[in-house]
Every structure is written in C-alpha cells, then in structure tokens.
Design a protein around this ligand. Structure first.
Ligand SMILES: NC(=O)c1ccc[n+]([C@@H]2O[C@H](COP(=O)([O-])OP(=O)(O)OC[C@H]3O[C@@H](n4cnc5c(N)ncnc54)[C@H](OP(=O)(O)O)[C@@H]3O)[C@@H](O)[C@H]2O)c1
Length: 229
C-alpha cells in the first residue's frame, strides 16, 4: 500500500547526497517539492540544506544530530545513500578496512537516524519512513565483497533493532540494489587494479533512486527487504 508523497509534510534526511544514487534521490525529492536535509562530509550542489558530518568521525555525527535538533524542523523520513566500497574480503581479511566500512556504512548512519528519532522533532502521529540503499550482494554473496557486504548487513540488522524500538512509528525498507554501472567513489582497504565489478549495470542510478523514493510512501510500519525490480 502506498500514499502520495505530498509537499509540506516535513523534510527528508538524505545521506550520500553527493553520490551517484543519492544525487538522483535529491533531484527526485526536490522535483516533488519535498524539502531535503543532506547530512554528509561534502555539501551537495543546489538548494539543499546541508549539515556537515564525516561518518568516519563519531563526534561530527553527534554534532550533526544536535544541529538537526536545534533546527526544530519536522522530519518525515530518511533515505540512506552514503557508503564506501571495499574489496578487502578476498584472500586477506583487512580488519582496518572492515572497521571503516562498518563505521561509515552502518554505525554512523544508525546513530544519525536514532538521534533524529529520539528527538522530539518527529511528530508522533506520523509514520517515519526510511529507505536504505542496500545491496543484492546480501542475497547473492561474492567472496571479494565480504567486508562491504558485512557492513551493509550490519546496517540492515541495526535497523531491524531500531524498528523494534518504534514498532508503530517506523517503516524501514532495505532496497537491495544491483550494480548501477558506476563504481562507488570511495574504496577502503586495498583495491585490485581491475576490481571485480559486474561489466553490465542491471539498473540505472535514476531507477535505483526512484525505487528508494517510492518506499517513502509505505503506509505499514515495520521492517522489509525489497529486491530491486
Ligand atoms: N554503485 C552501485 O552500483 C551500488 C549498488 C548497490 C548498492 N549501492 C549502495 O548505494 C549507496 C550509494 O552508492 P553510490 O554508487 O551512489 O556511491 P557513491 O557515488 O560513492 O556515493 C557515496 C556517498 O557516500 C558519501 N560518503 C562516503 N564516505 C563518507 C563519509 N566518511 N562521511 C559522509 N559521507 C560519506 C559520499 O560523500 P562524498 O561526496 O563526500 O564522498 C557520497 O555522497 C551506497 O550505500 C552503496 O552501498 C551502490
């Protein structure tokens, strides 16, 4: 079931707004007159409110939560598109790369979301929707992507616990996206000269963004996984 995304119902927190998929999400939301608050280390172009946070640095995430609280905005949901890639799960497990991937891809975004939900910024009579750009590698694992997949799994698992804390007020969808044809910008740990990426994209960044935005219309609370169509 879905309802329309109408203007004026609170802002959407967007991470990864400068990335391939997140910038498409920002465009789609802005085209629908939905106000977007970007949280990340780089300010996106255009007329988007931006709050600075580096997801490798927990203190900056805490400051971002405080800034969001002080803004006294109402929020209707979040789209989590920030992320780093890693190929450090093949022959040799790189624990430092794993630490960074889990910090950026999971822990910081969980802290950010919990901070927004714990504040009194979200109105209690409204369902708060979250879409996250997850990966089809969780459905179809690849050995070289073990660290990356572990970090995305951590985000999915963490969000399931957050949903348990807000059983009637939160609707979270993990959209397990396939390769969109553009490698992610930041790779943690050693990367091979020719990273083992699929040669053909199976979805465009625009379609990936549209699917993430569509899940912001969900009307039923709870946790769900959606394979990208
Ligand atoms: N690309 C794919 O084929 C694909 C497939 C399935 C799932 N996904 C998932 O989709 C999401 C978006 O992927 P993408 O291809 O759009 O990636 P991308 O182009 O590399 O963008 C990543 C975004 O994350 C931000 N980011 C990275 N490190 C950060 C940090 N330390 N602190 C704050 N922000 C940080 C980047 O900001 P900066 O501009 O500052 O670097 C950028 O906005 C990711 O979560 C990824 O796991 C991607």
């Amino acid at each position: 079931m879905a309802e329309s995304l109408s203007r004026g119902d609170g802002a959407v927190v967007l991470t990864g707004a400068t990335g391939t998929i997140g910038s498409e999400v920002a465009t789609l939301l802005c085209d629908r007159d939905i106000s977007v608050v970007s949280v990340g280390r780089t300010e996106p172009p255009g007329d988007i409110h931006h709050v600075s946070a580096d997801f490798t640095a927990p203190d900056t995430v805490a400051r971002a939560v405080e800034t969001l609280r002080q803004s006294e905005r109402a929020f209707r949901g979040a789209v989590l598109c920030a992320g780093v890639d890693s190929f450090a799960g093949g022959d040799e497990f790189d624990s430092e790369a794993a630490r960074t991937a889990v910090q950026v891809n999971a822990v910081s975004q969980l802290r950010l979301l919990s901070g927004v939900l714990d504040s009194d910024l979200t109105s209690c009579d409204r369902l708060f929707r979250v879409s996250l750009a997850s990966t089809d590698l969780l459905s179809d694992p690849a050995p070289d992507a073990a660290v990356y997949a572990m970090s995305k799994r951590t985000l999915e698992t963490g969000l399931q616990f957050v949903v348990e804390d807000f059983p009637d007020a939160l609707a979270v969808t993990a959209v397990r996206l396939p390769y969109v044809g553009v490698p992610m910008k930041t790779v943690v740990g050693d990367a091979p000269e020719d990273p083992p990426l699929p040669s053909e994209p199976s979805i465009s960044p625009t379609d990936a963004a549209a699917q993430l935005c569509n899940h912001l219309k969900t009307v039923d609370p709870g946790w769900r996984v959606a394979e990208a169509e």
